[in-house]
Design a protein around this ligand. Structure first.
Ligand SMILES: Nc1ncnc2c1ncn2[C@@H]1O[C@H](COP(=O)(O)OP(=O)(O)OP(=O)(O)O)[C@@H](O)[C@H]1O
Length: 515
């Protein structure tokens, strides 16, 4: 398939407000593409270059040669250039990469150059496009969208499922099954304003501690124990203490879902930064483990004795969890069987207070009769936290002054708009520790696409969690509002920009309706 076709469809889909028409345009693209091409297109639209980073400075991308006449580049040919770029190594690598990029740009027509520029600077990515692309793939292959969705949850990759589906047809979907040893996307939650609201919305439910650590999914097959993060990265080698605790458990073919935290001598949770840097440290793991021992706390079970438990009701999964995992390694919870009971509601609210007193961040309220919906922000898990935070995307950053000279400091923050762009809501350099400043300087340098010596514009990929005291009217910002007293709580390298909060959610939160 010609790159020109993809460039054209990508532009139309970005400008098209109707979800149905976006799906139709993508479905016809997938129907004409080969299975491998479709997989490439999906990863491009999701903002991922399959070969990772390009390894050339942004300035090369700006030196666009005059456009070529007739379109000749193909999608696979272009991807071959990306692969070659990733493989260049040794002396003269930088010059060779520049040559390859210039050659690619030189062979592109005007619209293709524009598309490549948007692709390489991260602007092709569309907000909720993964869901649209999934429905388009289903339509192109004549498969039910629900079955495609389930396969993606279990496999973790729409591109892989699409490739198999377009090559082999709908029957292949049945082969995507839950397997101990293959990580699945974890279930996520919505927000509720209070415990009472959450209980009202869910009916029979349990109220659990919401622990402020790092999500883990643990797979055990005999002696082989693997740990994955929320974004499915394998972090087994970094967590010898967690592996040792899991080996103590009785079963030998199971998948557990939980959070890893660290406690001080008095049993209070250590701050998230300490846990994140322990989990992130790849070198001298033994010393890091001795300095900050981690405690896994499990709250769900997805497979036991090799059997898939995803479709069981929460209460049945929790019974299976209790049969396998001893109480100290399980999350604390209280059960509300009857949402109409004042006594049970009071007990749930007292549990929130006690949980906050123990130093945790809030509670999770979970329906007792709902299945585990992997990979989706299900309506059957609701989080209740007293401090309201937003996950925003860094759009640009200013060089610091004084003590922060040479460091990238003041962050320009944006929320997602429906068309996949970002709406700037404010700036902040507050809340950043020295370690966080160093880390973000490195990361944002990698994402830089422009630097005027004062502001560095970046690919919109880094998500940060921000606390704020409300929104104020501000004609200087595009949405007419700006964050008040924004401060950084943490970087969220485990989240994609597509998971950041939307401008609609920000405006709804400002009006007081959480969710
Ligand atoms: N008891 C619990 N049950 C489920 N998730 C929990 C629990 N305690 C802590 N968590 C954490 O909360 C996260 C779920 O919240 P959410 O789906 O909003 O993701 P999130 O954006 O990472 O949340 P937040 O930013 O509020 O921490 C989980 O990914 C997990 O890491």
């Amino acid at each position: 398939m010609l790159l020109a076709r993809l460039a054209d469809v990508s532009r139309k889909v970005a400008a098209e407000p109707s979800r149905t028409r976006k799906i139709a345009a993508l479905a016809s693209l997938f129907a004409d593409a080969g299975p491998q091409e479709a997989a490439l297109v999906i990863s491009y639209l999701a903002g991922r270059l399959p070969q990772g980073r390009l390894g050339v400075g942004w300035s090369v991308l700006k030196e666009q040669p005059p456009p070529a006449g007739e379109p000749s580049l193909t999608v696979t040919g272009t991807d071959a250039v990306f692969t070659a770029l990733a493989q260049v190594a040794g002396a003269g690598a930088q010059a060779e990469r520049k040559r390859l990029v210039r050659e690619l740009m030189g062979a592109a027509t005007g619209p293709e150059q524009e598309f490549l520029l948007r692709l390489l600077t991260g602007e092709v990515r569309q907000g909720a496009l993964d869901a649209v692309a999934l429905e388009a793939v289903a339509r192109a292959a004549g498969a039910p969208a629900a079955e495609v969705r389930r396969a993606v949850m279990l496999d973790g990759s729409l591109a892989r499922v699409a490739e198999a589906l377009l090559a082999e047809g709908p029957d292949v979907l049945a082969s995507f099954r839950l397997q101990v040893g293959r990580p699945v996307q974890p279930m996520l939650a919505h927000t509720a304003a209070s415990v009472a609201d959450a209980v009202q919305a869910l009916g029979a439910c349990c109220v659990e501690e919401k622990l402020d650590g790092v999500r883990i999914q643990v797979h055990r097959r005999g002696d082989d124990v693997r740990v994955h993060t929320r974004s499915l990265d394998d972090i087994t080698a970094r967590l010898p203490d967690v592996i040792a605790s899991v080996r103590e458990l009785p079963g030998d073919r199971f998948i557990l879902d939980g959070e890893v935290i660290a406690l001080d001598a008095a049993g209070r949770p250590l701050p998230f930064q300490d846990i994140a840097s322990r989990v992130g440290s790849r070198t001298d793991v033994a010393a890091a483990a001795a300095a900050v021992p981690l405690s896994p706390v499990f709250f769900d079970i997805l497979a036991a004795d090799g059997d898939d438990l995803l479709d069981l009701a929460g209460r049945e999964r929790y019974a299976a969890l209790a049969a396998l995992v001893p109480e100290p390694m399980r999350v604390r919870r209280v059960v509300v069987e009857d949402p109409g009971s004042d006594a049970q509601l009071r007990a749930a609210e007292d549990f929130l207070t006690a949980t906050l007193d123990r130093g945790h961040e809030g509670v999770m309220v979970k329906a007792l009769d709902a299945p585990y919906v992997a990979g989706r922000r299900g309506r059957s898990w609701l989080k209740v936290k007293p401090v309201h935070t937003l996950d925003l995307v860094v759009l640009a950053v200013e060089w610091g002054h004084g003590r922060r000279t040479g460091l990238l400091s003041n962050l320009h923050l944006g929320a997602r708009a429906p068309d996949g762009t970002f709406v700037m809501l404010g700036k902040t350099f507050k809340g950043l520790t020295d370690a966080m400043l160093l880390w973000q300087t490195d990361r944002l340098r990698e994402l830089a696409v422009d630097d005027d010596g004062f502001v560095v514009r970046v690919r919109p990929e880094l998500v940060v969690e921000i606390a704020y005291d409300g929104l104020q009217r501000s004609p200087r910002y595009p949405a007419g509002v700006a964050l008040r007293f924004a401060r950084v709580i943490r970087h969220r390298p485990d989240k994609n920009a597509t998971e950041a909060d939307t401008i609609d959610r920000v405006l709804a939160a400002a009006r007081g309706d959480a969710g």
